[in-house]
Write a protein that binds this ligand. Structure first.
Ligand code: MN
Length: 253
């Protein structure tokens, strides 16, 4: 089996290195990842400049001056003369819970795999300032999920958003299927001055959890469980369609 590994923290990040090592026990791993941290890149493609792919000193490791989506797109759309069977993204340094999935480059890399009909898994470690950064735990979670997928296929298209408590493997209580919770609006922007005295602004941190209730990803990780959320791409609010039809009646008269 050929597994494509990517992330949004950059190809040298400890999380992707742990993931690479863990999945190498299950198949042939190709690593294609951004040359630097591109967290928050979401599903962006680079269209204004060409993309360059560089080979790292290790075999089958490539880095790209581009986004996570660029990386997976290149890898599955013609850069290699073979096909991959699966895309696994991570292990991200930080959670991707609830609304985070809309901004996440980690999740975007997995989503780009889905467009190509491949099963895709995004794995994030719920680190916080000063926490242990147990990337090996996240990598072991990924290894178990991929092994399970090999033994027991799921219907495609398949995107799993996986969040792992930042704990030693022995302290993980188990796996839970979850729905996305939600966050409050993000913190306010942070004004600062550049060295020339001009005003600049930093985007503030994500907001605190809002819907962290029963069945959510927030709840699972807070209780020490691995959260596994199946995602879909269709953002249509199907239940609102009848009211929308009524609301639009006569607007063109
Ligand atoms: Mn990241």
């Amino acid at each position: 089996m050929k597994i494509l590994v990517s992330n949004d923290d950059g190809y040298r990040a400890p999380g992707i290195r742990a993931l690479h090592a863990a999945l190498s026990t299950l198949g042939d791993v190709t690593l294609v990842a951004p040359d630097r941290n591109r967290s928050g890149a979401s599903n962006s493609l680079t269209l204004d400049v060409p993309l360059r792919v560089f080979e790292a000193t290790e075999p089958n490791v490539y880095f790209v001056q581009g986004t996570p989506t660029d990386c997976v797109h290149l890898a599955v759309s013609g850069y290699f003369d073979f096909e991959h069977d699966m895309v696994v993204s991570g292990v991200n340094d930080g959670p991707n819970l609830g609304d985070d999935v809309l901004y996440s480059g980690t999740v975007a890399a997995a989503i780009e795999g889905r467009f190509l009909g491949l099963p895709a898994i995004a794995v994030s470690l719920c680190t916080s300032p000063g926490s242990g950064r147990h990337f090996d735990t996240g990598a072991e979670v990924a290894r178990r999920l991929v092994a399970r997928l090999l033994a027991q296929r799921l219907d495609r298209p398949l995107i799993l958003n996986v969040n792992v408590p930042d704990l030693p493997w022995g302290q993980i209580r188990g796996f839970r299927s979850t729905r996305l919770g939600s966050r409050h609006p993000s913190e306010r922007i942070i004004p600062a001055r550049d060295p020339h005295g001009r005003a600049v602004y930093w985007v503030g941190p994500a907001g605190p959890q809002q819907d962290a209730g029963p069945g959510t990803d927030f709840e699972a990780v807070s209780e020490g469980y691995v959260s596994v959320t199946p995602l879909q791409i269709d953002l249509t609010r199907h239940t609102a369609l009848p009211a929308m039809k009524t609301w639009l009646e006569g607007i063109n008269d």
